[in-house]
Design a protein around this ligand. Sequence first.
Ligand code: SF4
Length: 299
Amino acid sequence: MTAANKAYLFHKGSELLALCSAESLPISEIMLRRETALSDVSREAVFQELGETLSTMRASVERGLSEKQTSVSGLTGGDAERLFGYAKRALMGEPMARAVAASMAVVEVNASMGRIVAAPTAGASGILPGVLLTAAESRGWSDAALCAGLLTAGAVGMLIACGASISGAEGGCQAETGTGAAMAAAALVELSGGSPAQALHAAAIALKNVMGLVCDPVAGLVECPCIKRNAIGAANAVLSADLALSGVESLIPFDEVVAAMKSVGRAMNPDLRETARGGIAASPTARALQRKLFGQEEP
Ligand code: SF4
């Protein structure tokens, strides 16, 4: 790697913002330069791969909304379709309801063993495609613009992975659906014309909104509460993006929020980190379902 290429490496939000500011570039362009430097591939090759990622995301949304998905366990499925059909009457407004339904659709596809893009994980795979693809319909964003949005989202996901965790087993659901919401919020801000600083304000707000959220999958399956946590994650992303775009700032800088999330994850009892021993996974109904499915209580 040349010294010039090394200039685009960053490990903190503050370093990313300094690069954006020094070169008057959006986060997506800095991330693209980082990718080409690290992977030694052309810009065109990165965009080709992003285009394939976007196609997989789109296919998972379309599949989840057009056919009722039933999970392998039989515990979940069909809720995305239900909300999509109700969207015109939704109290949250039709665009938000459609984004939420699209987000749930992807995780229902995952639960039925369909193909999705982890964003950042399979459990949190719905938020990013759900909000981006739904917003693109009303805003007229091209696929090239959406690929740039994926770069911005990727930069935020990478920063959280470096500074804290994107794993429910390590950091609870705040690390999975919280990160998914932060990634989507930052992408929405950039695609809407917001500044890099506003994008990281949105990401910080999204993370703070779910600080301390535990990982408690019923019967150890990525279904309940995961599908509905993607629903609230989509709403969180849109809300956080709108707050930042309106000029609302996160009082606590992004890097400090990520550090706080890491320490909260470390303080979490292991029963609340994907072991299915705490939270709603320990409720009488969840335990009865687990016995029915697996003939045992502990996964
Ligand atoms: S509850 Fe756990 S498994 Fe489900 S989405 Fe959240 S972190 Fe992932």
